[in-house]
Design a binder for this molecule. Structure first.
Ligand code: HEM
Length: 452
């Protein structure tokens, strides 16, 4: 058979690949402006109006259907990367040497170095750290006081994360870390992103905060005992002789940051969700009592609602309705077919947990906070319709830690206080690097005879 058709009889040139539909005919500037004003609303409208594959620009596509999400993150993962070659020198928000911002063999090496510090046998200790931290926090609150829930949950998550990851609470380093995270959130939450070199107040604040963080982390690393092989920091310090200091610093910074803001956001959203559903809140209180009784040997079922009990269901639901990681992306390194479209190499593929978690094809009454959906059905209608921690090999390293921490804090808090919502109608999500809750306030009502 001839390798080529005889001249004169050549077949017509292949039809151009159809491109996915999208708003403003995928005109980048118009869509960037709409995205900047209201990212969550914009992505939701795109999915509703244009379907499961939406072109936001010719090189940026949003995928919505869990089949395609599974393909991009798991089944065809070799066709995509998380960090493109252009992004790699700096990392999306700095810390280019961290595992989170690495690819290929370097990523694999860094991930296996950290894996033992996140093993499930380390999670028991997390319960105790969380219970003690909650007890100290609640002791500071007086009955009837109004608290800023996000500020309180941030302090808690910072403390618990640091003790679990570095073996001790942070001192002055805590302020440096909180300032750096706040500066990154301000920068990434701003509808207008000026180039990094332009001297904007936000950029200046970020650079100053990162310099202070650098100094604080250096002190933390230098002062860490060499005999710790258990915590994440211990494992990093143990490799100091063969690892550049900057790599240890970048790794520690991203771990502390990921363990802190996302978990604080999830806890705050959980308090907000329960505030709007008193009957769910009462079930959590019962679960907390039951768990407390089982732990102290005074009876209790140890979770009448299945593994993890009601606290687990409530945590899952908070992560569904208000996913701290509300959007993630991949870059195609070769053409990839998604939703019937062949996307060219170089295309950025966006996946929005906010959009897919609120899709009524996979969740009944998706806009409602209903922890019981996880008790009845146990799982969503599609494996990749629920991905608060991503999916596949680049899924969240700290997922088990985060889930355990959220459940432990929820139970410990609820066994001692009821948090009555204050002006819940004013609460707004702020989509920055994480989905921050704004305006969540609560009045503290102490439970009588609360167990310590
Ligand atoms: C509620 C809390 C958390 C949420 C919602 C969350 C979410 C995520 C998501 C969605 C990813 C995948 C990103 C992608 O595929 O592009 C991720 C990755 C990651 N997370 Fe988390 N995370 C949380 C807590 C934590 C904690 C506690 C730690 C560690 C202390 C952590 C460490 C990491 C790391 C190191 C990666 C990068 C993994 C890799 O690139 O291989 N996260 N997280």
């Amino acid at each position: 058979m001839a390798a080529h058709p005889p001249s004169g009889l050549s077949s017509p040139p292949p039809a151009p690949e159809p491109s996915p539909p999208g708003p403003h005919h995928a005109r980048g500037t118009a869509n960037a402006a709409d995205f900047g004003v209201d990212p969550l609303g914009f992505l939701t409208r795109c999915a509703r109006e244009y379907g499961d594959v939406v072109a936001l620009t010719p090189a940026n596509v949003l995928i919505v259907h869990p089949d395609d999400i599974g393909r991009a993150l798991v089944h065809r993962r070799g066709d995509v990367v998380k960090i493109s070659a252009e992004q790699r020198p700096r990392g999306p928000t700095g810390f280019p040497l961290a595992m989170m911002n690495s690819e290929g063999a370097s990523w694999e090496r860094k991930r296996s170095r950290l894996r033992p510090a996140f093993r499930s046998d380390r999670l028991e200790g997390l319960d105790t750290i969380a219970r003690e931290a909650v007890a100290r926090t609640v002791d500071r609150w007086s009955d009837g006081a109004t608290i800023d829930v996000h500020a309180e949950m941030s302090r808690l998550a910072m403390h618990i994360g640091a003790v679990h990851l570095a073996g001790r609470p942070l001192g002055a380093e805590a302020d440096a870390l909180a300032d750096a995270v706040a500066a990154i959130m301000r920068l990434t939450g701003s509808p207008i992103r000026l180039p990094g070199w332009l001297p904007s107040p936000t950029g200046i604040r970020l650079r100053r905060a990162l310099r202070a963080l650098d100094t604080a982390l250096a002190a933390l690393i230098e002062g860490h005992p060499a005999d710790d092989t258990v915590t994440a920091l211990g494992r990093l310090v143990a490799e100091r002789a063969d690892t550049p200091f900057a790599e240890i610093r970048d790794e520690l910074a991203t771990l502390l940051m990921s363990g802190y803001e996302t978990t604080a956001d999830a806890l705050t959203w959980l308090v907000h969700g329960l505030g709007g559903r008193p009957e769910a809140d009462a079930l959590l209180a019962a679960d907390a009592r039951d768990h407390g009784a089982a732990a102290s040997g005074a009876g209790g079922t140890g979770g009448a609602n299945g593994p993890g009990g009601y606290a687990a269901a409530a945590a899952k639901e908070a992560l569904r309705l208000y996913p701290p990681a509300w959007v993630i992306s991949r870059v195609a390194v070769r053409p990839i077919e998604l939703g019937g479209y062949r996307l060219a190499a170089g295309t950025t593929i966006g996946i929005s947990q906010w959009v897919t978690h609120r899709d009524e094809r996979w969740f009944d009454a998706p806009a409602e906070f209903r922890p019981e959906r996880w008790l009845r059905q146990g799982a969503p209608g599609h494996r990749y319709a629920y991905l608060p921690f991503g999916a596949g090999p680049r899924g969240c390293l700290g997922a088990s830690m985060a889930v355990r921490e959220i459940e432990a804090v929820a139970r410990a808090l609820r066994s001692r206080v009821r948090l009555e919502p204050v002006a819940p109608g004013q609460v707004r999500p702020r989509p920055a690097l994480a989905l921050q809750p704004c305006g969540v306030r609560a009045t503290v009502r102490r439970e009588r005879a609360a167990p310590r």
